[in-house]
Design a protein around this ligand. Sequence first.
Ligand code: SF4
Length: 217
Amino acid sequence: MIGHKNNINEEIRNKLLNWYEKNKYDYPWRTTEDQYKIIITEILLQKTIASNVNNLYHIFFSKYKNFSDINKSNILDLQKDIKSLGLSNKRAKILKDLSLVVMNNNGKIPEDPAILREVNGIANYVSNAYLCFGLNEKTIFYDVNITRFISRVFNVPKSKKRFELIENKLDELILAMDCKRLYWSILDFCNKICIKNNPKCDICPVSSYCYYYQNDL
Ligand code: SF4
């Protein structure tokens, strides 16, 4: 039974990664190794659409080249510079607070997610996404899109245990050696195929493993 489950996860992984290679978004934050840009981008991506962050990405990082630039900036200027993303007051405060934490840590981003989460506004998603995308560590994080995809494929019902089950399923699906590409593939897949309304099951490469599709839900 465990072997069967592993095979299914492996097949879903392969299908997702194949799909990703042909259909991925070429966002600049996916090709940088700069941990400063990676964590700042995760904060900018919260509660906004990726294309808005994409439009701002080079403008923002040409002005704010490092945490010191954010730390020294006037918060009103910072708010103005990220206004196009929405929630600019809240987001600017998170950036300023994080820059202070980093400056007080000899310019290094803390690698302990619990320390990152002490910054008001940085929760599980951003701290764990940073560990994955910035430090190549397998972590478990999910937003509403990842939750929808996992729930549909693996039949995770809405219940008290839902998020525990989502975490277990993600833990089985995500491989440490390929965690970045797997998360990116799921994120893009949720955006293009397993969308909220009318998912494109007819062209979905994982439909034969998907509970939602197989049970005509
Ligand atoms: Fe989503 Fe449909 Fe694919 Fe299932 S078959 S993963 S519901 S798009």
